[in-house]
Design a binder for this molecule. Structure first.
Ligand code: GAL
Length: 691
């Protein structure tokens, strides 16, 4: 039995879009205004050849759509939309707010964002706006309104793309005012603000609201609580802008999905808050082809995107076919890697494969960023790979809408990220994302599917929860974590967790303050290891040995059992890893950066104890994922290695890419992929329907 999503839900809008597209969305950004009209027809024909069913238009077209204040010219875009429709290609239409035109900047130069040091950005790139500027906002809303009105009933329109990669931060006068208003909504009085920001430190007490402003560059180090609030304010104010445009478009087209595009490891915006306001999460992903391990960080980002809307399929909004132009050396992807990366995204829940961009630009900043059609034209390796992938994806229509399930969760939280990296802490080189990656990696390598959750999420669905460097935890969150373990959950916590409260104020009485009780252990002092390559030795309770580098702390076990202690250095004899039985669960504390020979088995033991099992046993670099739903189940096997890999796929299934049945031990070619449609028993379909 299929449960139909309610009309007017995000799920329904997406389902309808994919039905109209005939399955997975395939295509990319299309910027026809950069090309003469005769190229447009050639483009449409080549798109058909490549199997393109969706293009994103108008992302950077504001100056062509509103040529002077209030003078709109949609004629050329009408032509392109019609052409797309005539060729059976849908349109993801963007509002062009990323590029306020030169005439608007000339009229209101203070739209340009101001850096913390007071420098104003110049015109000539993009994202050159202070989102708090009232005229910018008014003009952005006006063009969204016009576009909504004009294109609502265009037959090619499939989806809206609001703005592009929201992110400009400004410290100018408009931001000052908006920040003050945001703070007045948050704090009931100036006293409360003074308290939260610890303004008695360094005599920063405010006596009137008019003195409070954006944290522009001070003479020396700046107040970390104020800066944390500024991060929150920036994310909120950009989101408010997105929502205002979205609401305009929603009035015109209640049945179409509306999204904006996210970025990989993007610190400015709290994507949990953003995702809740989207119809689908959409990601731009540009791994550096020089990095052989790039698929691991990509996997983390993909799992995060899948988790942001609780497992709902998400969209790859942009990726490159070959080289990008943002690294010091821009190498092209190896043959087969673009295909592999695309299937990796699909395996991890994506229902679209879109590129930036259709035709490689011949001028402008990104003239060397690859396209689906490159400078040399369609008779190229890249275009052939683009066409092959487009054809293959047609066989995968059934996968759209299916989901993955996980019993392990890793916490990823923007408040923790912002607060951890504010500096003036025991180390200034702390990277939140690297800390998360370090704990995610063993689970990825073992083919254990994980969800990401934020600190506010309900944890009860998971039998294992990992908290990497979860620096900021509120009392309420700490109490819920405690309850989770008490009720039988298994928790793994790494150093620099639970250190501060919501105001970025240290919790007293021993680190990690918020989790001290559940961990049954406390630290009296932090001891980062300063020397390049400095290591201390570890002795494990099971007789093994290992090492720690970068971070250690002077830990005391209270009720916890000691799993590893230092056997060298100034902390010799003190515990490094502890485990505490608490209620019916257990909480493990990894208080040092232990080597992978210690970390990986520890995490896998925790998985085993929590009943969390790998999808398949496979060699390192062979990724396995399952997507299922609607009475269907797919097992995707991806070989990220540059050598063939033997994998036992057990019962296997029909490989949708080769068209043959696959079971038992199979050899997957270098960078190869299997998409196996598994046979699904009656019982599991019933179980699915009643879940
Ligand atoms: C994205 C952006 C695109 C294009 C692409 C390639 O971040 O949204 O417009 O610039 O990067 O660099």
């Amino acid at each position: 039995m299929t449960i139909e999503p309610d009309a007017h839900t995000a799920e329904h809008r997406l389902k309808t879009m994919h039905q109209r597209l005939g399955g997975i969305a395939y295509g990319g950004d299309y910027n026809p205004e950069q090309w003469p009209r005769e190229v447009w027809l050639e483009d449409a024909k080549l798109m058909q050849r490549a199997g393109v069913n969706l293009v994103t238009l108008a992302v950077f077209s504001w100056s062509r759509l509103e040529t002077a204040d209030g003078v709109y010219d949609f004629g050329w875009l009408d032509e392109v939309m019609d052409l797309m429709h005539e060729h059976g290609i849908g349109v993801d239409l963007a509002t062009p707010d990323a590029v306020p035109p030169a005439w608007l900047i000339a009229q209101h130069p203070d739209i340009l964002p101001v850096l913390a040091d007071g420098t104003t950005f110049g015109f000539g790139s993009r994202q050159h706006f202070d989102v708090s500027h009232p005229v910018y906002r008014k003009k952005a809303m006006a063009i969204a309104e016009r576009m909504g009105e004009h294109y609502a009933s265009h037959p090619a329109l499939r989806m809206w793309h609001v703005g592009n990669e929201y992110g400009p931060v400004s410290y100018g006068p408009h931001a000052d005012k908006a920040f003050r208003e945001w703070l007045q909504r948050k704090y009931s009085s100036l006293d409360e603000l003074n308290q939260a920001w610890s303004t008695d430190v360094w005599g920063q007490l405010y006596s009137d609201w008019s003195q409070v402003n954006a944290p522009a560059q001070p003479r020396t180090w700046s107040n970390p609580s104020r800066r944390l609030d500024y991060h929150r304010f920036t994310s909120d104010s950009l989101l408010e802008h997105y929502k205002a445009e979205r609401d305009i478009l929603r009035r015109h087209t209640p049945d179409l999905p509306i999204v904006t595009n996210f970025m990989r490891f993007y610190k400015t915006n709290d994507y949990w808050a953003w995702a809740a306001e989207e119809d689908a999460v959409a990601l731009d992903i540009y791994p550096d082809p020089r990095d052989e391990d790039a698929h691991v960080a990509a996997a983390l980002n993909f799992d995060l995107m899948r988790s942001l809307r609780k497992g709902q399929p998400w969209l790859v909004m942009e990726q490159a076919t070959g080289a990008v132009s943002q690294w010091p050396v821009n190498v092209s992807k190896l043959p087969g890697k673009m295909r592999l990366g695309s299937y990796q995204a699909i395996a991890q829940g994506a229902d679209s494969i879109l590129f930036f961009q259709w035709r490689q630009a011949k001028g402008g900043t990104e003239r060397f960023h690859s396209g689906m059609v490159n400078h040399a034209g369609p008779n190229t390796r890249i275009f052939h790979e683009v066409c092959e992938l487009g054809q293959e994806l047609k066989n995968l229509a059934g996968i759209t809408g299916t989901r993955s399930t996980a019993r392990a969760a890793v916490v990823f939280d923007w408040d923790c990220w912002w607060a951890l990296e504010l500096g003036n802490s025991p180390r200034s080189d702390l990277s939140y994302t690297q800390e998360v990656l370090r704990l995610y990696r063993p689970l990825f390598d073992a083919n254990i599917t994980v969800d990401f959750v934020d600190t506010k999420s309900d944890l009860s669905a998971y039998s294992l929860v990992v908290l990497p460097a979860s620096y900021l935890l509120t009392d309420e969150v700490a109490a819920r974590i405690e309850q989770y373990v008490h009720d039988g959950g298994r928790l793994v916590v790494s150093y620099l967790s639970g250190i501060v409260d919501q105001d970025n104020t240290i919790r007293l009485g021993g680190y990690p303050g918020a989790l001290r009780k559940v961990l049954g252990a406390w630290s009296e002092e932090m001891h980062p290891l300063a020397g390049e390559g400095e290591e201390v030795k570890l002795e494990l309770a099971d007789g093994g040995a290992g090492s720690a580098s970068y971070w250690t702390e002077h830990l005391h076990a209270e009720t916890a059992e000691v799993l590893a202690s230092y056997s060298s250095g100034r902390l010799a004899g003190s515990p490094a890893i502890t485990q505490n039985r608490f209620g019916s669960g257990s909480a493990t504390y990894i208080s040092a950066r232990v080597d992978s020979g210690v970390l990986h088995p520890l995490l896998l033991d925790e998985c085993a104890a929590a009943g969390v099992v790998p999808l398949l046993e496979a060699l390192r670099g062979v990724q396995v994922r399952r997507r299922s739903g609607d009475g269907k189940s797919y097992l995707l096997v991806l070989n990220h290695n540059d050598a063939p890999a033997s994998v036992d796929v057990l019962d296997g299934g029909m490989d949708l890419l080769s068209g043959s049945r696959v079971q038992g031990t199979v050899e997957v070619p270098p960078f190869g992929v299997l998409v196996l449609e598994e046979s699904v028993s009656e019982e599991s379909v019933t179980a699915e329907a009643t879940r």
